[in-house]
Design a protein around this ligand. Structure first.
Ligand code: ZN
Ligand code: ZN
Length: 410
């Protein structure tokens, strides 16, 4: 039997053999949902999973961030290692943060399971080999806080991806798709400072920060008609004053700005900023415009990885939609995809209910999701096998990455 096929079969067998531990891993994370940056139980549980799976995993808990971890294994297959050939380091990413009040409504417990299963599967495939075109290593990164502050961006900045050459993860959705275009996102917080006064007795003494917030909201609503169809801006008035008989001295808005391409985000930001500043000028308020440290990029496509994932997925019975639904979500994997060649497929978990709903929380913890989750993990690990067993494919993946990056920047 051909080597690649043999490796793919051994990884499927290993994942099936770990079925119960893997289900218990994601179920355990699901049953104790933790918010972004507070995922201590999920962190400890995943660290335990790799420590118990095999002593050969080098597990680093609290890796660069309090609730991030790293588990690495290898290199193996390296006849070439003595010649100084650098090992290909295959990365799998685990997310595990939940949402306020509705738990694992984005199914990140299943992302953790996919990452763990795919890593264990690829390890089994590699263990069966003595010779590979290049030596191979596996690195699993636990990446916290996807739903809030973008843990992957902090990990990029801390150098966690510096020695990783290929990154794979998958996200639960309503359908199977090897790639869905995601959008960039910039969060902006706007604060207006006015002056309080009695709203009936001496309103002329006040400077109305609520008027500034309302004007800003309306400015943005007017701007919306002039935006490209795929661009999005949406927001809330977070603080709108204290009491009707006090001219509001302080108000605060929170807006999200999104564009499909990173290069367009600066234009949307400039337009939105003009709206915020105009409202301050009109009312005489002072304005503060604050951006958080991390903004999320769109995901760079990688045609070779997508094709391989689809081929492997189909062999396992995954049905890919002919016309994948459009998706206007954002993920901090986007930023990773600009640093390392990678893939972030979406996978069906046995239901049409939508992410970020209570029904999705139920689905992410249900037994029914397991078949789809493990099938996805297998397809990811099989894709890694294809790439590490063929220098040509590895070169193509790297070329796709450089080309896609170039295309997005021009
Ligand atoms: Zn989400
Ligand atoms: Zn998510």
């Amino acid at each position: 039997m051909e080597r690649v096929q043999q490796m793919k079969e051994s990884l499927q067998m290993r994942i099936d053999a770990h079925r119960d531990e893997l289900h218990s891993l994601s179920r355990d994370i699901w049953s104790r949902p933790e918010l972004a940056c507070e995922e201590t139980h999920a962190h400890d549980r995943l660290v335990r999973f790799f420590t118990e799976e095999d002593q050969a995993w080098k597990v680093q808990s609290h890796y660069k961030l309090p609730t991030a971890f790293r588990a690495s294994w290898g290199p193996v297959g390296g006849g070439d290692d003595e010649k100084g050939e650098p090992a290909v380091n295959v990365g799998f990413l685990c997310e595990y943060d939940a949402l306020p009040s509705i738990g694992h409504a984005c199914g990140h417990n299943l992302i953790a399971e996919v990452g763990a299963a795919a890593a264990v599967g690829l390890k089994a495939a590699l263990e069966s080999q003595t010779e590979l075109p290049v030596p191979v290593k596996i690195t699993v990164l636990g990446t916290p806080a996807e739903e809030a502050v973008g843990g992957k961006i902090d990990l990029i900045n801390a150098g966690a991806f510096d020695d990783v050459h290929l990154v794979l993860m998958a996200h639960p959705a309503q359908q199977d798709a090897s790639f869905l275009p995601t959008v960039t996102i910039e969060e902006v917080s706007v604060k207006y400072h006015g002056k309080a006064s009695h709203a009936s007795a001496y309103p002329w003494e006040g400077v109305n920060a609520l008027d500034a917030a309302v004007l800003a909201y309306n400015n943005l609503s007017a701007l919306r008609q002039q935006l490209k169809p795929e661009w999005r801006l949406h927001g809330i008035i977070k603080h709108g004053g204290v009491k009707p008989n006090i001219i509001p001295a302080y108000t605060e808005l929170e807006f999200y700005l999104r564009t499909p391409l990173l290069k367009d985000l600066q234009y949307l930001k400039a337009k939105a900023e003009a709206c915020f500043r105009a409202a301050a000028v009109a009312t005489g308020c002072q304005v503060e415009i604050i951006y958080p440290a991390n903004s999320y990029s769109n995901i760079l496509p990688n045609a070779t990885l997508s094709k391989l994932y689809e081929k492997n997925g189909k062999a396992l019975g995954i049905q890919f939609a002919e016309q994948p639904a459009s998706f206007c979500g954002s993920t901090d994997f986007g930023n990773v995809s600009f640093i390392v060649p990678g893939i972030h497929p979406f996978f069906y978990i046995g239901t049409d209910v939508l992410n970020h709903t209570e029904d999705y929380t139920k689905a992410a913890g249900a037994e029914k999701a397991q078949l789809y989750t493990l099938r996805t993990a297998k397809a990811l690990a099989m894709t890694a096998v294809d790439v590490v067993c063929s220098s040509d494919l590895l070169r193509q993946v790297r070329e796709d990455f450089s080309l896609a990056k170039l295309k997005q920047e021009t």
